[in-house]
Design a protein around this ligand. Sequence first.
Ligand code: GLA
Length: 510
Amino acid sequence: MSFMLRMSWLLASLFFASLSAQNQTTLLTPKPGPAPRLNGPLVYGCRPGHPFLYRVPTQGQRPIQFSADKLPATLHLDPHTGFITGTAPDRGSYQITLMAKNRYGKTKRPFKIVSGDTLALTPPMGWNHWYAHYDRITDKLIREAADSMIQNGMADVGYQFVNIDDCWMNAEKNRDPLRVGPLRDADGRMMSNQHFPDMKALTDYIHHKGLKAGIYSSPGPTTCAGFCGSYEHEAQDAKQFADWGFDFLKYDWCSYDQVVKQVRTIENLQKPYRQMGDLLRQQERDIVLNLCQYGMGNVWEWGAQVGGHSWRTAGDLGYELNRIFQVALKNAKHRVWSKPGSWNDPDYIQIGYIGNARTAGEPEPCPFTAEEQYAFMSLWSLMASPLFYSGDLNRMDALTLNVLCNPEVIEINQDPLGVCARVDSLSPETFLMVKEMADGSTAIGLCNSGEQPARITAAWPQCGLRGKKIVRDVWRHRDLGLFDASLTLAVPRHGVVLVRAWDVGKKRIL
Ligand code: GLA
């Protein structure tokens, strides 16, 4: 072999070796095995007498056979699909055991149904169209999103809501003539635009997949994108959304400033949300209410009182993608208000293919490195934030799926205690995030917002821990060993290493 040939062979093999090393380090979540693995929250809230629908999130090769022990008599679990349907039982707490088996193995998992007043006992999870499709959204894209969530495995780790954002109604003017038309019909009912020919058929489609459907409106006369809002038709719209079969409403302040003439007293800020919260509670179905008013009037202090289940704590993240760590630190300041049924919402997970937030352009790859994407998901999980992916599900790549679909990471987000991690600053660029878990374990994020890799130490007293702990890297599903008093790990630039620490000998559900 000539020298030149040898050199190019060497360079090529070095290149491919580095590529495969990169792939190994890049995709942290191990591939799910063929045996069944039951995922999803350990606790689920519903309101007595309402229609009940829950698709038991389960990984593993189909066919899987599902069964349940102690399911209330008003509910039925389909052994083939794993959908629990029926009518929510009488007020009370029902401790159930879910079971799944296939030819590779069997497993079980506790699941508590709490039938009472509170929905969203764990942070809502799903997909929202906004940062993928903006004002291009159609019935077809929403159906495709539901299909993708089933096909790509997102639904098997707990993503459940398929949410329409703005632009499904008519506007007085719009660049797309199919979105222009009468805002309401002769009876005052809000009309969907021509891209959404039949809203009931759309929610039926989503429900038949075991998923739930979300819709969007504004308390003002128009939405943020200039479409019909609910002002002066609130009761009619709440009923309409329920009749159409929606399970979630995002209620976006937008033009409500016109109604209150820019006077943002607490009373004015609360009024439209209290009104919609009351109206939704009067419907014959469970509808989760997301308050979108960008954190005005310290909404975290009163969002739950007015009937909200989550509230945006700041403006649109679409404009702050380069400030994920700062956004998280700001959001975590409101941690005391995080609890089952009431969640601080720092906005959607925007990774993979997302539209350009400034130009509302077509989806293109997000500006994040792999480490930043894992950091995004780690921070949102530690903060018990609602987990809504808002990117193009038709262009889902392996990394995006790997970041979104790690059941051990999601388990931290969905923990029944509902605690948002507390922040312990170590240096201007490094900090710990520490989240207590219901089983007595502790989730710890070793966070590095700096431009260089860093070695970060989590000392047990700082994490509220004492004595020997078994520590697990939850991204890689790998035990790191026993640690007596602290843990020191290398954390990449703009990265988070996420671990969970248990007392030695403690039974772990993994
Ligand atoms: C506001 C919200 C966004 C999105 C748009 C739709 O900006 O904060 O999340 O819903 O409106 O117009």
